[in-house]
Ligand binder design. Structure first.
Ligand SMILES: [Zn+2]
Length: 353
């Protein structure tokens, strides 16, 4: 099959997995999600090895799995196209129109699976490219140069990704850990080159140190690149004080609160972090809007485990549109604020240019 017959890189268009669309068509968008992913922790991150595994997710164990009391490694695998399509249909019934799937190198990207989900649901799906954090990467990456990563990403954006002719429409999520590793910096340099050549936006997964977003922004600025089309993900598990948040906004990058729906403080990736809830996320978003940074804010859910899907006891992709957008209007946001964050900013950032 050929999802992108005869198209050249779509300047002024948004590149979905079914081909380019006019930006005006996009609609309410989740900018950081995973429809299909394998986020199973590599052995180096599984201290003590896998514990006794639950056989399946049930009403009686889903809270325990989400809160680290029970172990279920398949929770980290989203590999069921039927389930994904049903969850996307729920999102569309709640008012959502588009999803950016940032599953990239190290996370088992499945472009043909995304095409199937897009065809079955009618949702616009935009795919990422490049590589996630080193701990998940193929060891064959470790000796590669920035130019090699850049050429790969340019090809993924202009010809097709992961052995298919399905094109990515955004770069990322580019994985960084703290401390930031050499190979991750080379992937980032490659991403900057690919951005210069294609005009695609970059999404960055920062490490968990509260100063790493600033370190990444400084690195990009020192390389002579602007940060206006660089999205820093996961700010809601990284920055917990207003001063740091406002300083980051002042740098000009795009700030993404993308763990909406995660309401418990337990965070399996780090025992040092207490996760905020949706109310706390909205308070930080409101601060940025009040200080004039509305055009630099994105909101999403970064679903990457089964227990966050509606069919396994979670909130699903629909939560943003069914629950959060209406709640914003009761929290002093205007409809224009909601539209800027869920529609206009995604449209501007996804338009290749
Ligand atoms: Zn992600």
């Amino acid at each position: 099959m050929n999802a992108n017959p005869g198209q050249t890189p779509g300047q002024g268009k948004i590149q979905t997995v079914l081909g380019p669309i006019e930006p005006a068509a996009l609609g309410p968008t989740l900018m950081h999600e995973h429809l299909l992913i394998d986020l199973t922790p590599p052995p180096s991150l599984l201290a003590g090895g896998p514990a006794q595994q639950e056989a399946e997710i049930t009403l009686c164990n889903c809270w325990g799995i989400s809160n680290g009391q029970k172990s279920y490694l398949k929770n980290y695998q989203l590999d069921q196209i039927d389930v994904a399509a049903e969850e996307v249909r729920d999102m569309m019934a709640a008012g959502g129109r588009a999803i950016v799937d940032l599953t990239n190198g190290g996370l088992k990207p499945d472009p043909l699976g995304l095409v199937q989900i897009a065809q079955r649901t009618g949702a616009y799906i935009v795919m990422g490219c490049g590589h996630y954090v080193q701990a998940y990467q193929d060891p064959a990456n470790h000796g590669r140069s920035a130019d090699s990563f850049a050429a790969e990403m340019v090809g993924q954006l202009t010809r097709g990704a992961w052995g298919t002719d399905i094109r990515a429409g955004i770069i990322g999520e580019i994985g960084c850990q703290s401390p930031w590793t050499d190979v991750e910096k080379r992937v980032m340099r490659g991403a900057l080159i690919a951005q210069s050549e294609t005009g695609a936006a970059i999404n960055v997964h920062p490490g968990r140190h509260p100063d790493q977003p600033a370190e990444i922004v400084s690195f990009i600025a020192a390389a002579g690149h602007g940060v206006g089309r660089v999205i820093i993900s996961h700010v809601d598990r990284t920055i917990f004080d207003d001063d740091r948040l406002l300083r980051l906004a002042d740098s000009g990058c795009v700030i993404e609160f993308d763990l909406f729906g995660w309401e418990q403080s337990y965070y399996p990736m780090s025992s040092e972090i207490d996760m905020p809830n949706d109310g706390a996320r909205l308070r930080m978003v409101k601060l940025l809007v009040a200080r004039g940074y509305r055009d630099q804010v994105l909101m999403s859910q970064d679903i990457c485990t089964r227990t966050r899907l509606g069919r396994y006891g979670g909130h699903g992709y629909q939560h943003m549109f069914a629950n959060i957008a209406p709640r914003m209007l009761h929290r002093g946001f205007s409809q224009a604020d909601v539209d800027a964050i869920l529609v206009d900013n995604p449209r501007r950032l996804l338009t290749i240019g």
